[in-house]
Design a protein around this ligand. Structure first.
Ligand code: ATP
Length: 540
């Protein structure tokens, strides 16, 4: 489909989204509301499937990750500690001519509302200087609407994980390294929502905070920190992994996840943030991009891709901030470290103590703590390390469910034009979703709807499989039409109950069905009794 991945492909996708019930504009009957989108019957199933895949991969199939489901509105102090109140803003400019407001760093891409052939940067409108615009939606909690009641709709799910870190640690049998995963809504008052659902004002995130030991603790326990190969998956987690190995591990794990739900590596791109782009506390961030049809192109005309997910090594910044702002300790006690420290030679102890002290002092001074107080606190922290205590560092793979749904829709879209004997041509769309995330897993058809025995058997097949997967029963129209409808919905398999199923051509075919594969139209005969397991191995 690479050749069709052009701007007009986006128009087709948006139109299919509405026609087939993947995505609708929110509040459409009232003219819509910019930056908000609803998922129709197929879109809701698609999104549910991809979130389930994420949840299973990131939590249930792992020993070292547990889940969380926190509230959207939290104490506003959380957003002071995280830095969102003071710094979560985009630069915005106003155009005095058309009265539009635009993100200052995107005016070379956004078309001028009055003269769409030009971008905002090159149009003649008179623009203001950029100014910071905080992206958090504000609301009030309780009946009095004054400053003391101000709260925010969360702009990310991650902070709740940090705020509940201690509770999770104390209430479950986890030990560093371990992670806490969460899926949930996030809200950002984006200055210029655009590209369909890509940049919305309400969206869902799938975030993991994976807590690890600081490198100084690893070195004290294991003698050294594992070195990582320059490229590729570093393999099964090892006790001597420091932040670099864990970061690389999560980047590669996430790429494997995308491959596993049908986004091959060549559809993805990578952006390694430069030191200038990195937040002061971050050690490294890799963005995984998907080559959307609307993505920017490089010098060779190749799509560069837009961010699907960021994987950040965020040091111990977040837990440290919450420890300072809440006054509650966020450190963990590590028996292994305490025992190992006591056996280290004095020079090694001094070296690790000094490095940990310097890192802590750097964090504290960058966060606005005065030099003397920072030295005092960093000394306490380094003394703590010598006794087996530290604030865990974190690796954060943070993905957007809506951007992923859009990437899967763009990637699945495929069309073919067929011309019949009379020269009449018809273009048919097939949504080639991976079975794991397809909204409907199986179409079930009786060959004819006016034959009660066929209908009865087909309904039996539907009811047999329903508890296990999303099944769609269809008895309307010719079989070819029914296949075409399921192809457009992206259903990977369809089964037809015919007279052979009833045993009319002999006992060998009794209770078997014809199973048709969406992508190549291949058909095979399968016993009804084997269908469930056959399908489960392909959709899970
Ligand atoms: P961008 O640079 O595109 O604004 P970001 O770097 O601010 O994204 P993060 O804060 O890292 O995004 O959020 C993690 C993920 O949440 C993103 O990779 C993306 O998938 C999703 N996301 C962020 N903002 C939006 C949005 N406005 N609409 C839809 N998804 C979003």
């Amino acid at each position: 489909m690479a050749e069709a991945k052009t701007a007009d492909l986006m128009e087709k996708i948006v139109s299919l989204g509405k026609r087939r019930g993947f995505i609708y504009q929110s509040s459409e009957i009232y003219g819509g509301i910019n930056g908000f989108w609803d998922y129709g019957p197929l879109g809701a199933e698609l999104k549910r499937s991809l979130k389930e895949q994420w949840w299973n991969t990131m939590t249930r199939e792992r020993e070292d990750v547990v889940g969380l489901d926190a509230t959207i509105i939290m104490s506003p102090k959380i957003w002071e500690a995280s830095g969102h109140v003071s710094t979560f803003s985009d630069p915005m400019i106003d155009c005095k001519t058309c009265k539009g407001r635009f993100r200052a760093d995107q005016i070379d891409e956004i078309p001028c509302p009055q003269k769409p052939s030009k971008c905002v940067k090159d149009c003649h409108g008179e623009k203001t200087e950029p100014r910071a615009f905080n992206l958090m939606f504000q609301t009030y909690v309780g009946p009095v609407q004054d400053d003391s009641a101000v709260a925010y709709l969360r702009p990310e799910t991650a902070q709740a994980i940090f705020a509940q870190f201690k509770n999770v640690l104390d209430s479950s049998r986890v030990k560093v390294p371990f992670g806490i995963a969460q899926i949930g809504k996030a809200f950002r008052n984006e200055v210029t929502p655009r590209n369909y659902t890509f940049r919305s004002r309400e969206f869902e995130q799938m975030e993991l905070e994976f807590f690890i030991k600081p490198d100084e603790a690893i070195e004290a326990i294991h003698g050294s920190v594992a070195t990582v190969p320059a490229m590729g998956h570093p393999g099964e987690p090892q006790p001597n992994w420091g932040w670099q190995a864990w970061h690389q591990y999560w980047v590669e794990e996430r790429v494997r996840f995308y491959e596993g739900i049908g986004l091959p590596r060549q559809t993805l791109g990578f952006h390694i943030q430069t030191p200038e782009e990195l937040a002061h506390y971050a050690r490294a961030t890799v963005d995984i991009l998907y080559k959307f049809p609307f993505s920017k192109r490089d010098e060779k005309g190749e799509l560069k891709g837009e961010e699907l997910e960021g994987i950040a090594a965020r040091s111990d910044f977040d837990l440290s901030q919450h420890a300072r702002f809440s006054g509650k300790p966020m450190g963990v006690f590590d028996d292994e470290l305490r025992a190992a420290w006591g056996k280290l030679p004095k020079e090694k102890q001094d070296d690790l103590w000094r490095r940990y002290f310097e890192n802590r002092k750097k964090y504290l001074t960058k966060s606005g703590v005065e030099n003397e107080a920072a030295s005092k606190q960093a000394t306490e922290d380094a003394n703590g390390l010598a006794k087996g205590q530290y604030i865990p560092h974190v690796i954060e793979p943070s993905a957007g469910a809506d951007r992923l749904a859009l990437a899967l829709i763009c990637n699945a879209y495929s069309e073919a034009t067929e011309t019949d004997d009379k020269g009449k041509s018809e273009t048919r769309v097939t949504m080639k979703f991976h079975p794991r995330i397809a909204p409907i897993k199986l179409g079930v058809f009786p060959l004819l709807k006016n034959k009660p025995e066929l209908v009865k058997k087909a309904l039996e097949v539907r009811d047999l499989l329903r508890p296990w997967m999303n099944v769609f029963y269809d008895d309307g129209g010719a079989i070819g039409r029914r296949y075409a409808r399921q192809d457009e919905a992206g259903t990977p398999f369809c089964v037809t109950v015919d007279f052979d199923t009833l045993g009319e051509k002999g006992p060998e075919l009794k209770d078997t069905v014809t199973l048709r594969h969406r992508d190549d139209g291949r058909q095979e005969r399968l016993p009804i009794s084997e269908l469930r397991d056959w399908l489960l191995t392909r959709i899970r």
